[in-house]
Design a protein. Structure first.
Ligand SMILES: Nc1ncnc2c1ncn2[C@@H]1O[C@H](COP(=O)(O)OP(=O)(O)OP(=O)(O)O)[C@@H](O)[C@H]1O
Ligand SMILES: [Mg+2]
Length: 511
């Protein structure tokens, strides 16, 4: 693929590869895009930032041919185009990498790369050797090691994304669009993705990147567009604006200061985990959490933290160990018993475990405590509604109507509903897995405040987080896991970035 870094109209003015102008899109009563605009240039990575529900994913879905705009212009190389389907967008050179790629699990990596266009040999048979060879060549170009002949099933999300990018390259994509691709990746995986994205950018590809993490935006992008409430706010070279300015434009108000956790005198031990084991996943994990305490479970992605949380809650069966809540042993493998004992789990994967996407925002928010709100066996609708409204207000959830299906909310707003759903159960033990993943910077402080308030009321909180500032800011104690084992316990005073990274990796942090 040979594309000059900037397609030139004449010698001075670079011409965008992609232009969106005056784009409007509504879903029922919700105006998702209101005069949105975007220019993408070859050889440049462009960040798209904005609060949850600002319209970023919707804009991308218009580029991807998933949604048709109600009004507006889409131009490729200065010529107006209309995409009626994702395949038309792909054929025009626009490749979209989503947060959770959708490879065919039963096909090999190479088959996924070339699905529908496999190289064929004599008698029309698929030439597997040629296919694997081409796949190997693509991975070599990206400087990644993935076996083309292995099945896609069981691959990490990071590797699956790389396969999607390799596919984009093999289709000669000129525009690479990534919607929060890093949300489910570890630090090392993010860096590897960026190496690949930078290489493509430097070969002339236009890159569009969405993330709620500014360190990533700064590491990859040259230009940044801010959106608010579906509208274009600003576009600048990243070198010309400060992060503070960008954030202020995103939220359209002064930002709450970073939340400072309340000091709480810890009470009795509420959650007691002893010798928890699951073959090949985690071994001999023991710890306690007192009422009023926030204990963080830190470690690399894949260290077994989420699995331990699920083991405690009873989602997965375990091979050994006991879990006690307020002194009473929980039966293994029964989330129902865990919930009855006052344990709540806010899962990492909200789509699979956190929400019933077809049910309304209202029902999802109040689902687990529907019994508490009922009188004489039926729901008191008014109370339910008031409660849901209060939570959506506190978490700044953007929605049209409480009766809308939760699946129509933006990614971050779905996460807020999951949080509301479990925070509102007034649990004894609250387990939160990546509580602020995908949540915009304007709401993070509010989530932290809510957690701190619950701790002050005596709730024992176990928090899994990959974001060190969140771990260090919120935790009274930090437990660090590595390869399925608890390897360190650091009281708040000793929990520094270096100490946590050292325990999580077994290596000194790079200066
Ligand atoms: N299919 C749909 N049906 C109804 N409403 C929708 C649909 N898709 C998006 N919306 C609404 O459009 C608005 C913009 O959503 P979008 O997903 O574009 O936000 P976003 O900027 O990507 O947010 P996030 O950072 O949370 O991912 C939201 O209010 C959302 O509820
Ligand atoms: Mg989104």
């Amino acid at each position: 693929m040979v594309v000059s870094p900037r397609t030139q109209v004449n010698d001075s003015v670079p011409r965008p590869v992609v232009t969106l102008r005056g784009v409007w899109k509504s879903f029922g009563a919700v105006a998702a895009l209101r005069d949105a605009r975007l220019d993408l240039f070859g050889g440049e990575a462009h960040a798209l930032v904005g609060e949850n529900g600002a319209g970023k994913s919707t804009l991308i879905k218009i580029l991807a041919g998933v949604h048709r705009p109600d009004a507006g212009v889409l131009e490729l190389d200065g010529r107006p185009v209309e995409f009626h389907s994702p395949s038309e967008a792909r054929a025009a050179g626009l490749a979209v990498i989503y947060q959770e790629p959708a490879l065919f699990p039963d096909l090999t990596v190479a088959e996924n790369l070339f699905v529908g266009r496999q190289p064929r040999g004599r008698f029309g048979r698929i030439d597997e050797a040629a296919m694997n060879g081409e796949a190997r060549e693509l991975f070599r170009r990206l400087a990644v090691e993935i076996d083309p002949a292995r099945p896609a099933r069981g691959m990490s999300i990071a590797d699956q994304q790389i396969v999607e990018i390799a596919k984009a390259i093999s289709l000669d994509a000129r525009v690479l669009i990534m919607d929060e691709p890093t949300a489910a990746l570890s630090g090392v995986e993010v860096e590897r993705l960026f190496v690949v994205a930078r290489a493509l950018r430097d070969e002339g590809t236009a890159v569009l990147f969405i993330s709620h993490r500014f360190s990533e935006v700064e590491a990859l992008c040259q230009r940044v567009t801010v959106m608010r409430d579906g509208a274009h706010v600003s576009t600048d070279l990243l070198a010309d604006v400060s992060i503070d300015q960008i954030v202020r434009r995103m939220v359209g108000r002064e930002l709450d200061a970073l939340f400072v956790k309340q000091e709480v005198e810890p009470g009795e031990v509420v959650l007691e985990v002893e010798g928890l084991s699951r073959a090949g996943v985690y071994q001999d994990v023991s710890f306690q959490v007192r009422g009023g305490e926030i204990v963080a479970l830190a470690g690399l992605v894949g260290a077994g933290r989420s699995e331990v949380a699920q083991g405690v809650f009873g989602v997965d069966s375990r091979d050994g160990g006991t879990v006690r809540v307020a002194g009473r042993v929980l039966p293994a493998g029964s989330p129902r018993a865990a919930m009855a004992a006052g344990v709540a789990l806010v899962p990492e994967d909200r789509r699979q475990q956190g929400l019933v996407l077809d049910l309304s925002i209202l029902r999802n928010t109040t689902l687990p405590r529907a019994r508490g709100l009922s009188r004489f066996g039926f729901l008191t609708g008014g109370a339910e509604r008031r409660e849901a409204r209060e939570w959506t207000r506190r978490l700044r959830t953007k929605y049209g109507d409480l009766g809308d299906p939760v699946g129509t909310l933006s990614g971050g707003n779905q996460q807020k509903v999951v949080l509301a759903k479990w925070l509102s159960t007034r649990p004894k033990v609250l387990i939160v897995d990546e509580p602020t993943r995908g949540i915009d910077i304007g709401t993070k402080a509010e989530v932290h405040r809510l957690m701190s308030e619950l701790a002050a009321e005596g709730v024992a909180i176990l928090m899994i987080s990959s974001e060190l500032p969140e771990v260090l800011g919120m935790a009274d104690r930090v437990l660090v896991m590595r390869e399925g084992r608890l390897v360190a316990e650091l009281p708040r005073a000793e929990a520094t970035e270096e100490a946590v990274i050292f325990a999580a990796t077994g290596q000194e942090a790079a200066a």
